[in-house]
Design a protein around this ligand. Structure first.
Ligand code: ADP
Length: 500
């Protein structure tokens, strides 16, 4: 019997999962690591701690599963995206703390680039909006602020990587410095169409070529782990950024298939096939993965839209308003009323993401009467998560010209049945919850398993995918349209509220 081993290196914890041939979870291990907030708007990780916790859970999960590394066919890696590590090639030591995707320190640099008129070219080349979120300006910041870093980088003494590269470097004992296209497409340095580092972007951000990792396929045997880590060498054969891995784990292999993950925020990704789609609605265009060839296309692309406040809206009901004691209680409270009584909550607490992208928008609660109670507000909060998702969903359909026939869902808040039913109602297509909740780790295992013939192809994996529950739309078209219209009126009232 052999197994697949998977890394899910997330923003707050490192996880490892063992899967069997049926795609079932055999064992799982998880460790949290330290978050550093050294200044307002800054978020850092200790890259060494990321590696140490990751190695610890890899060893732990093999123990839990009762297997040795020799019984592992291959290892897959899914990772938090955009987080930027810069290290010394000689010693393997990071030269500074890793700058996490949430870190806003390069906002000023992005504004300067925007003022200079670079945003349209950047969007055309990279598929990304010009924002501090992505790695390129974070790397530029490190090169400019760590003493001696730029000179050393130009001499080829330093290595840059997102967390996938950093883990690969460590796992191979410092032998391989590489990344793969889905992670590379989040750096602002990668040309979406050519699939290579973009010289103009490197020049614009003043990044020396010598610091960059080699780009290898997402699905293919890229290296062997150093035997010192797990007791034997394991082939590393599949890797992708966490959201792309989840799209793969949800078996969204065909163009037009989409998944939405309901966590703190929502991440919706839609497979757009072998062409990147230029968004007219401020969605991101990104690499989904680079497949092995036949059944899965060589370079697959995705559209991506994020909603900032999804599960976090429920946290606000719990911690801010204190009308529930636990996140799970929101379902019963919201279900105690048949509708919101025309109340809408626009959770623009940190501005609005796709498709509105309004940093000045702020939260709004509109339509209240004397009859409005906490249950209406709770229900309006769930509707807000679903309505924001529906806005992104409609933008994706319009951008891609592909009619979405269903939405596959995962993440902590997707356990809420009422939320999922509301989601189906406002979307007008079925919402399908998968049996397996570890879709991110599974996606990495699938990529590695296809590369090592553990699984035969996309068809076998599609057959393996099982729905746990399907929510069918219960609203008529006119109801859906009227509700969407009302929601957009509420959104309009939340816009441009804060002034910088
Ligand atoms: P993340 O990976 O972003 O930390 P998770 O997938 O663990 O998120 O989901 C946690 C989020 O889901 C929290 O924001 C929480 O408020 C929300 N949540 C958890 N359970 C429910 C529920 N039953 N209904 C609605 N939201 C929920």
């Amino acid at each position: 019997m052999d197994y697949m081993l998977s890394i899910d290196q997330g923003t707050t914890s490192s996880r490892a999962v063992v899967f069997d041939h049926g795609g079932r979870v055999v064992a799982m291990a998880q460790r949290e690591f330290t978050q550093y907030f050294p200044q307002l708007g800054w978020v850092e990780h200790d890259a060494k701690e990321i590696w140490q916790t990751q190695l610890a859970v890899l060893r732990e999960v093999l123990m839990h599963a009762g297997i040795t590394a020799r019984q592992v066919r291959a290892l897959g890696i899914a990772n938090q995206r955009e987080t930027t590590v810069l290290w010394d090639r000689q010693t393997g030591e990071p030269v500074a703390p890793a700058i996490v995707w949430q870190d806003r320190r390069t906002t000023g640099f992005c504004e300067a680039l925007r003022t200079a008129g670079h945003a349209p070219v950047i969007a055309a080349k990279t598929g990304l909006v010009l924002d501090a979120y992505f790695s390129g300006t974070k790397l530029a910041w490190l090169l400019d602020h760590v003493p001696g870093a730029r000179l050393r980088a130009e001499r080829g003494e330093l290595a840059f990587g997102t967390v996938d590269s950093w883990l690969l470097w460590q796992l191979t004992g410092g032998r391989v410095h590489a990344t793969e296209p889905s992670n590379a497409s989040r750096t602002l340095l990668f040309n979406l169409k050519s699939g290579t580092w973009d010289e103009d972007m490197l020049a614009l951000l003043n990044i020396p070529y010598a610091v960059l990792p080699q780009i290898l396929p997402s699905c293919g045997q890229v290296a062997l782990t150093d035997p010192q880590w797990l007791g034997a060498s394991v082939p590393i054969a599949g890797w992708a950024g966490d959201q792309q891995a989840a799209l793969f784990g949800q078996a969204c292999f065909a163009p037009g298939m989409a998944k939405n993950t309901y966590g703190t925020g929502c991440f919706m990704l839609m497979n757009t096939g072998d062409q990147p789609v230029v968004s007219q609605h401020q969605l991101l265009s990104t690499v989904a993965w680079q497949g092995p060839g036949t059944a899965i296309r060589p370079l697959a692309y995705a559209l991506e839209g994020s909603v900032f406040m999804a599960g976090a809206t429920v946290q606000w009901l719990r911690d801010g308003l204190q009308i529930i004691e636990s996140a799970a209680q929101v379902e019963a409270l919201a279900a105690s009323v048949p509708d919101t009584g025309d109340v809408f909550l626009v959770p623009a607490f940190v501005g609005l993401g796709a498709p509105d992208w309004d940093g000045q928008a702020r939260g709004a609660l509109v339509g209240m009467t004397r009859g409005t109670g906490r249950a209406h507000i709770a229900r309006a909060a769930l509707e807000a998560i679903a309505l924001q998702t529906a806005d992104v969903f409609r933008a994706m359909s319009a951008d891609s010209g592909l009619a979405l026939s269903e939405l596959r869902v995962d993440g902590g808040a997707s356990k809420n049945n009422l939320l999922m039913q509301i989601q189906a109602n406002v979307l007008g297509v079925p919402v399908v919850r998968s049996q397996i909740s570890e879709t991110t780790a599974l996606g990495a295992a699938y990529l590695a398993g296809l590369a090592t013939a553990y699984w035969s192809g996309a068809d076998e994996l599609s057959a393996q995918w099982q729905e746990e529950r399907r929510f069918l739309p219960q609203w008529e078209e006119y109801q859906r349209m009227a509700h969407a219209q009302r929601w957009r009126e509420a959104v309009a009232r939340s816009r441009s509220w804060a002034h910088s």
